[in-house]
Design a protein around this ligand. Structure first.
Ligand code: NAP
Length: 290
């Protein structure tokens, strides 16, 4: 039963050095908050229904953060899924906070990281978080030091509040610096058909058994648009979004997907992409988009 579901969702992946195994097709919960990821959604019941449908379809990897809403997305996840099925892995992130004007601000001091972990625990209704990604400022900051942030997460790991540590918005150099402090099980950076700055980094992480989880797999707030993508989708009798996701699954075995949606229709469409097999010729054409 489990393996049939896994096959339908892109096969499975075990996070490095852990007993956490997830299907490669997961779900990103950011779209469940209100407009601009701020405040409650128009229809909270619909958001709950999307999460329930994801789990019923075999999704066992959910990406979130307490700064979505803030608090709103985690509270919706708790309302929909708590007590959580044993196999469900919830990955969250810390390192930012929201202003009253919906702005996104860095929150990377030890006190802010600790309080963000406590917020996640409370709002998700958990005693320990499976994976916490340290979201590092912004890539525009270049190779800013990450050691101190990761050391704080390591302390929280020792205290039992966190099980495993990941990184988000990092360079290969920052990954190496963090890895010297503690095992890093995943990296979450922006990557999709049109945004391929991490090609070499993905290969390096694959060699090391580290999961790469692209955010904005569909292009983010403005979903991908390309005539080549539409033509390949027509040839594959699929939608452009399905092709974008199938391309990522075929791109590298350490890629795990967390496409975001607030719609059950889109969720079903996205999950079905895991069954789509793109031919080498189609991939060659898609590789010209970036
Ligand atoms: N680490 C970071 O800094 C960071 C940053 C951004 C996001 N993330 C994580 O990454 C996850 C994925 O990113 P994302 O949700 O921002 O972007 P995304 O998955 O690339 O795309 C989401 C957008 O595409 C639309 N969409 C989804 N499925 C569709 C379909 N089948 N057809 C047409 N439109 C579709 C959604 O609208 P509808 O709701 O209408 O479907 C939404 O506007 C997030 O949920 C979040 O957990 C992390």
């Amino acid at each position: 039963m489990h393996s049939a579901r896994s096959a339908a969702l892109g096969g499975s992946f075990t996070f490095l050095g852990t007993n956490l195994t997830v299907n490669r097709m997961g779900y990103g919960a950011m779209q469940l908050a209100g407009p601009h990821v701020f405040g409650p959604p128009k229809d909270p019941d619909a958001a709950v229904a999307v999460l329930k449908e994801a789990i019923a379809s075999g999704v066992d990897h959910i990406d979130t953060s307490d700064f979505y809403g803030p608090h709103v997305t985690n509270q919706i996840i708790k309302r929909a899924l708590h007590p959580y099925p044993k196999n469900v892995v919830i990955v969250t992130k810390v390192g930012a906070k929201r202003g009253a004007d919906a702005s996104w601000n860095r929150a990377e001091s030890p006190e802010e990281l600790r309080s963000a972990v406590d917020d996640n625990l409370r709002n998700l209704g958990l005693e320990s978080l499976d994976v916490v990604n340290m979201r590092v400022g912004h890539l525009a900051l270049g190779d800013a030091p990450v050691r101190a942030h990761v050391e704080t997460l390591l302390e929280l790991k020792r205290e039992g509040k966190i099980k495993h540590v990941g990184l988000s918005n990092v360079t290969a150099k920052q990954f190496a610096e963090a890895r010297a402090v503690t095992e890093i099980v995943c990296v979450q950076n922006q990557y999709n058909l049109a945004h391929r700055g991490d090609d070499a980094f993905i290969a390096e992480l694959a060699k090391n058994g580290v999961a790469y989880v692209p955010f904005f797999p569909l292009g983010g707030f403005t979903p991908l648009q390309s005539s080549t993508l539409s033509e390949v989708a027509a040839a594959a009798e699929s939608t452009p979004m399905q092709v974008a996701l199938a391309w990522l699954l075929q791109r590298s075995p350490n890629i795990l997907l967390i496409p975001g949606t607030s719609s059950i229709g889109h969720l079903r469409e996205n999950l079905a992409a895991a069954k789509l097999e793109l031919s080498p010729k189609m991939i060659e054409r898609l590789d010209t988009i970036a």
